[in-house]
Design a protein around this ligand. Structure first.
Ligand SMILES: [Fe+2]
Length: 157
């Protein structure tokens, strides 16, 4: 497998995350303040996806050692994100569960970005993965705040 395929699969995960957040941002069962949180997250993911796709362009011929790059983990994570997207599309996920699932996914994104960042010979790709991991961490903080706010709201009613 070449590095381009790997980076494109990483970009695909970001694109699925974008669709999950967009769908949540337009869900009538979710309160407006929380919908705008998801809207902002969706915009970030769209940027990440573009960033990875354009990084991928440079690596058509570049092979990577299978042991070093955990491509199977990216594929598994993509499946997992797609399964959540499917459930979100069916309106099967309430606000609280959506937040919990998003936190779980962002945690996994962050871990994979951090782990993989150390394996790239290309400095630019390494920097991209480190910056993605920072953004995942910001998303986690945003989602943790949102879930705390959501729980406070639940207590009042
Ligand atoms: Fe992202």
């Amino acid at each position: 497998m070449n590095l381009q395929g790997f980076l494109n699969d990483c970009a695909a995960i970001e694109a699925v995350a974008e669709r999950i957040y967009l769908r949540l941002a337009s869900s009538p069962s979710i309160e407006p303040w929380l919908r705008s949180v998801f809207q902002q997250l969706a915009e970030d993911e769209s940027g990440h996806s573009r960033q990875l796709n354009s990084a991928a362009l440079a690596f058509e011929q570049t092979e990577y050692g299978l042991k070093r790059i955990a491509h199977h983990r990216v594929v598994e994570l993509l499946d997992e994100a797609e399964a959540l997207l499917q459930r979100v599309k069916e309106d099967a996920v309430g606000a609280k569960e959506a937040l919990a699932c998003s936190i779980e996914l962002e945690n996994k994104f962050r871990k994979i970005h951090l782990d993989q960042a150390t394996f790239f010979d290309d400095e630019q790709v390494m920097k991209t993965f480190n910056s993605l991991a920072r953004s995942d961490a910001e998303h986690l903080a945003t989602l943790q705040d949102a879930i705390a706010k959501f729980k406070r709201g639940e207590k009042k009613t």
